[in-house]
Design a protein around this ligand. Sequence first.
Ligand SMILES: Nc1ncnc2c1ncn2[C@@H]1O[C@H](COP(=O)(O)OP(=O)(O)OP(=O)(O)O)[C@@H](O)[C@H]1O
Ligand SMILES: [Mg+2]
Length: 280
Amino acid sequence: MARANVKMVPVPSTSIIPERDLYKLPVLETRHLGIDFGGLTAVENFDITIGRTEISGLIGPNGAGKTTVFNLLTKVYKPTRGTILLNGQDTADMNAVQVNKAGIARTFQNIRLFSNLTVEDNVRIGLHNSVQCGMFSSVFRLPRHWKSEREAHERALELLSIFHMEDLANHEAGSLPYGAQRRLEIVRALATNPSLLLLDEPAAGMNPSETAELMENIRKIRDTFQIAILLIEHDMNLVMGICEGIAVLNYGRIIAKGTPDEIQNNPQVIEAYLGKQKEG
Ligand SMILES: Nc1ncnc2c1ncn2[C@@H]1O[C@H](COP(=O)(O)OP(=O)(O)OP(=O)(O)O)[C@@H](O)[C@H]1O
Ligand SMILES: [Mg+2]
């Protein structure tokens, strides 16, 4: 499988980021992030830095706290401890909608679409949250209402075309095959114009050819939009094939950070996760 040949460099918060992102503000930095649920510490001392155009992975056994990290970043949960800097801005006082507007979009481990609405309307719900700017406002010079309708329609189709789904625009979202629903969720997240896209197990339930296509599309999204992607995934072909930096979570704590090669050869990671994955 083709590997990205990228030089990773250390940064102060014990992370590595791609060299090309070194002199740009990191899209995300977390410091000592943690959350307790009653007596259970689900995440503790979660420190990562993600470069502006990095494809980054978060892996670890079931129940390690990976989805909880996404819920902290997106303010589904309020952190018990620690700091989240999104594009250098502390998100402590932001709610879920504000964090989305400030640049984080996500997909869910279990698909969450408006299944009775059309594919296009699902994307347009995402567009509704985005800061309206860029190409389309300058391309179309039309009366205000018509202009925004037309723009939203065109933009939705353009985003759907990433996954060659524009012909499905009028289909009911719930009627799509599973893989297409997962792709639609990614399109809807992109419609909010994020600088950081969080994907929670995007390949779950996909067959190998869909997964291979997804890998290419994740790269394409990063290249086209010049955004960062943080993905949770149990499919190690996908993780090792496209992630530039990887953090491994075990019992709520990061036990390793590194390149795919470093992670695959880390005895602690093999013991806690990778070895068990192969057995399973
Ligand atoms: N709202 C909550 N209340 C109590 N405990 C919670 C809550 N959310 C998560 N947890 C607990 O936090 C831990 C981490 O769960 P999380 O869903 O983040 O794991 P995960 O790494 O995403 O696992 P998987 O790979 O199975 O998706 C688990 O022990 C879970 O039961
Ligand atoms: Mg999870």
